[in-house]
Design a protein around this ligand. Structure first.
Ligand code: HGY
Ligand code: MN
Ligand code: MN
Length: 424
């Protein structure tokens, strides 16, 4: 089918975009209600909430005409066959885990909109020359075990078995958590897909930034996903009595960590297009009248340019070493994540652009400062992303919001891209 025909078909399929969008919004709310704690949205990997969310999404996939299953790393996968069975597939998806006290849209919007697109094909009895597979990734955020992209790395065949020994805040290893969840860690490799079975990977996601809103556009095309490093830094000094140890004799781990936090901020500001964040800090023993003997911080460094990111990483490591030496602290810097900048494939960006134009929107291309599963999926197939405007660019926060009109715009562009997809 030529592109024009496909676009016409997708418009016909979308006879009622408002109805589709209303169902997507209802499902966003339904999924958001599956949370670790009432009053917020928190759903981490291999938790009871993970299982309940997976069961709900699998049900939606089956209702949309897909064969659906959970894979060996807790991803949920729905398959809508093409004209011929067992044809290679266009993968479309996002993640369904969340950060702590998250918004409702980061991840789930991409999964639920992809299911809605397949439901439109199925309802119209349309079969494409290729299969379409919808994937809900189990752990993009890396909240519980700090190493991110576990689900997409396993599906891309790049899962690092060393991650199985990572421990959560309760000292449970990833391996133990998987077994408790009912999965066999020794079977993770079976989640990996063959290159020849995957035509490309597409993801619809909220922008998590202010550009589309500033440009007054509901949707945009992503050019690249910024590379990122994450570290856990452990500083060990000497605990002591807050009242008796003179200032000049202290090895205060928390004071040292605080100096490291400011060094991360200063070095990120000095870099070109670099962002640096310390999102977590903990001190022990944690008593008001005891000098902290140990402090642990997280460090997240990103940049669109890999060379610049690596340079800032090196500067931050040097700064931590200097601070620790000067303060008589022992510093242990553990890299928990690294990903280079992932370029979205120009041929796929062009196809998204055509669907945007057909839907009546100006085509704006923009980079992603946030990380996404496409950073892992690029090791399996060419990938591209569609961004949907979110209010104020706010994300990783309960105030995260997408209007129903923008949900409908995203659904129309995703469906248009799927129906017009021409494999390379
Ligand atoms: O951290 C990120 O950028 C993504 O939301 N996991
Ligand atoms: Mn996300
Ligand atoms: Mn996120």
């Amino acid at each position: 089918m030529d592109r024009g025909g496909a676009i016409t078909m997708s418009r016909a399929l979308l006879a009622r975009p408002a109805e589709m969008a209303a169902r997507i919004v209802r499902r966003i709310e339904e999924l958001a209600a599956i949370t670790e704690r009432d009053g917020e949205v928190t759903r981490v990997v291999f938790s009871p909430e993970h299982r309940r969310a997976a069961d709900l999404i699998l049900t939606w996939m089956r209702e949309a005409g897909m064969a659906a299953r959970m894979d060996e790393i807790g991803n949920v996968v729905g398959r809508y066959e093409g004209e011929a069975p067992s044809a290679p597939a266009l993968l479309v998806g996002s993640h369904y885990d969340t950060v702590r006290n998250a918004g409702k849209w980061d991840g789930p919007l991409g999964v639920i909109t992809a299911i809605e697109a397949v439901a439109a094909l199925s309802a119209a009895g349309v079969r494409l020359p290729h299969a379409v597979e919808v994937v809900g990734f189990s752990d993009e955020e890396g909240v519980r075990f700090s190493s991110t992209l576990l689900g997409s790395r396993a599906l891309a065949g790049t899962f690092d078995e060393g991650a199985l020994e990572a421990k959560d805040a309760d000292g449970i290893t990833l391996r133990e958590a998987m077994i408790a969840f009912g999965l066999d860690p020794d079977r993770i490799r079976r989640a990996a897909r063959r290159r020849e079975d995957v035509l490309a990977y597409l993801e619809l996601h909220i922008e998590q930034g202010p550009v589309l809103e500033k440009e007054d556009l509901p949707v945009g095309v992503v050019t690249a996903i910024s590379g990122a490093n994450r570290f856990r830094v452990e500083l060990d000094g000497m605990a002591g009595h807050a009242g008796t140890v003179p200032m000049g004799l202290r090895q205060d781990a928390l004071a040292g960590a605080s100096e490291c936090v400011l060094a991360v901020e200063a070095l990120a500001q000095a870099g070109i297009g670099v962002v640096g964040t310390v999102g977590q800090i903990a001190a022990t023993p944690g008593a008001a009248n005891v000098i902290p003997g140990r402090a642990v911080i997280s460090i997240d460094l990103r940049a669109a340019d890999d060379g610049q990111r690596r340079e800032t990483v090196s500067d931050v490591v040097d700064a931590i070493d200097e601070i620790a030496a000067r303060r008589g602290l022992k510093a242990r810097i553990i890299k928990t994540h690294e990903n280079g900048t992932a370029l979205c494939a120009p041929w796929l960006r062009a196809q998204i652009g055509a669907a945007l134009t057909a839907a009546g929107h100006r085509v704006l291309e923009l980079p992603s400062g946030a990380g996404h599963d496409g950073m892992a999926m690029i090791d399996l197939a060419d990938m591209a992303m569609i961004f949907v405007r979110c209010r104020g660019g706010v994300s990783h926060h309960p105030a995260e919001h997408v209007t129903i009109e923008d949900v409908a715009a995203g659904a129309e562009v995703l469906l248009g891209t799927i129906t017009g997809f021409q494999p390379r």
